[in-house]
Design a protein around this ligand. Structure first.
Ligand SMILES: *Cc1c(COP(=O)(O)O)cnc(C)c1O
Length: 394
């Protein structure tokens, strides 16, 4: 049986998969079985934040694996405690952290914190969470319901939990708030929804309003967090102080880890929440290594330089092909180009792979780039050269 046949027979068919099989990676270059190289502008959907085969990350994982990979959360876990401290220090917020294994789970934790806050802090129970259209918050029954895209709420998985509603824009959130609203959950840059950043002043105004009403602001930084925006958190870039922030994708550099952090450190008590794997020795050690690498690059202004170069190239290409593209979107190393149609987008993704550059889609018609934060100039040049070759034939 070929690999494709084995996959199709034994793995449930939940993904529209490409069957290029990568066997090795180095920095932002991937190699397939035949040794052919590809520039990685996707980084495993924003996960391989320090690239492939990063020596600091690989050393940390190997050393940790030789000692302890996992002990339950019933014992103290040294790298977990250190990772929590490091994240809090880098964020600049006075918060406590709970570790999970994924973005959806981090958001589940955020919703649980908000629900308990709404149950215990007011005379009349508050439980409703407002989210935005085109948002994405995960695939569990609750986080899929929190996701503001009707196509995700198929009756196949109903009934869904109550208490979620969606607004078209930040401006619409104000009038949607009622005396049962406990929280507003937003991404600062909608990733899956089309690489769409919100306006900084709109977000700041909303944050102030929510604070004045004692309604929690939950910022889903599963994709924007860990330097993808150019700052440690997009919340830092937007200069807001959320009540709850969630992280996942880039935090472990590929090792599964999620985190929910909150300034309401006493809301959850013993037994309220838990995870078998969350923040174990292996994933926490990986997280510490990732933060070492990326905070070093940040301090040397290298992340900023990378962002400026990447964004400039994306803009140039967008303007050079007006018959294919409308505009470039995004911020930091979350970049997109709006294609003139969904068909053009599908063509571009396929042809790019054929030319040796891995890219992503977002929303209906957005070409999406989520490169490693550590990508270098040569890799960017090579990737965009191949991307242009792919679109030249269209
Ligand atoms: C990817 C993503 C999630 C879901 O993360 P998983 O690890 O796949 O559960 C949630 N929110 C945002 C903003 C994401 O980009």
């Amino acid at each position: 049986m070929t690999l494709e046949e084995i996959d199709k027979e034994f793995v449930l068919g939940t993904y529209a998969r490409d069957y290029t099989s990568f066997t090795r990676g180095e920095g932002s270059t991937l190699y397939d079985e035949s040794g052919r190289d590809y520039i990685d502008f996707a980084s495993g959907i924003g996960v391989n934040s320090v690239g492939h085969n990063n020596p600091t990350l690989v050393d940390a994982i190997c050393q940790q694996a030789q000692n302890i990979i996992h002990i339950s959360n019933l014992q103290v876990i040294e790298p977990q405690a250190k990772l929590a401290k490091r994240i809090v220090e880098l964020s600049g917020y006075n918060m406590g952290i709970f570790f999970a294994n994924s973005g959806a789970e981090a958001n589940e934790g955020a919703i649980k914190i908000a629900r308990k806050y709404g149950e215990t802090q007011f005379d009349k129970k508050r439980y409703k969470v407002i989210t935005l259209e085109h948002s994405f918050h995960g695939r569990t029954i609750t986080t899929v319901k929190a996701t503001g895209q009707e196509s995700f709420h198929t009756p196949n998985f109903s009934p869904y939990p109550d208490g979620f509603s969606y607004e078209k824009s930040i401006e619409d959130v104000y009038s949607a708030i009622d005396d049962e609203t406990v929280a507003v959950l937003i991404e600062l840059v909608q990733g899956e929804g089309g690489v769409q950043p919100f306006d900084k002043e709109d977000v700041q105004k909303l944050a102030n309003h929510l604070k004045s009403k004692d309604i929690l602001l939950i910022v889903d930084e599963v994709q924007t967090g860990v330097y993808r925006s150019g700052e440690f958190l997009a919340s830092n870039l937007y200069e807001i102080e959320p009540d709850i922030i969630t992280l996942a994708k880039g935090l472990g550099g590929g090792v599964p880890i999620g985190a929910v952090m909150t300034r309401h450190k006493d809301i959850l008590s013993i037994g309220d929440h838990g995870s078998t794997f969350g923040g174990n020795y292996l994933s926490s050690s990986a997280g510490l290594a990732v933060l070492d690498v990326l905070s070093g690059l940040y301090d040397e202004n290298i992340i900023d330089e990378t962002i400026v170069y990447f964004a400039t190239r994306v803009k140039e290409i967008t303007q050079k092909y007006p018959h294919l593209f409308e505009q470039d979107v995004g911020l930091g190393l979350m970049r997109g180009i709006r294609a003139k149609s969904a068909d053009i987008l599908a063509d571009i993704v396929k042809k790019s792979m054929a030319e040796g550059v891995v890219i992503l889609k977002a929303g209906r018609n957005t070409v999406r780039f989520l490169p490693s934060i550590t990508i270098n100039k040569d890799e960017m040049d090579k990737g965009f050269e191949r991307f242009e070759k792919a679109i030249n034939n269209l």
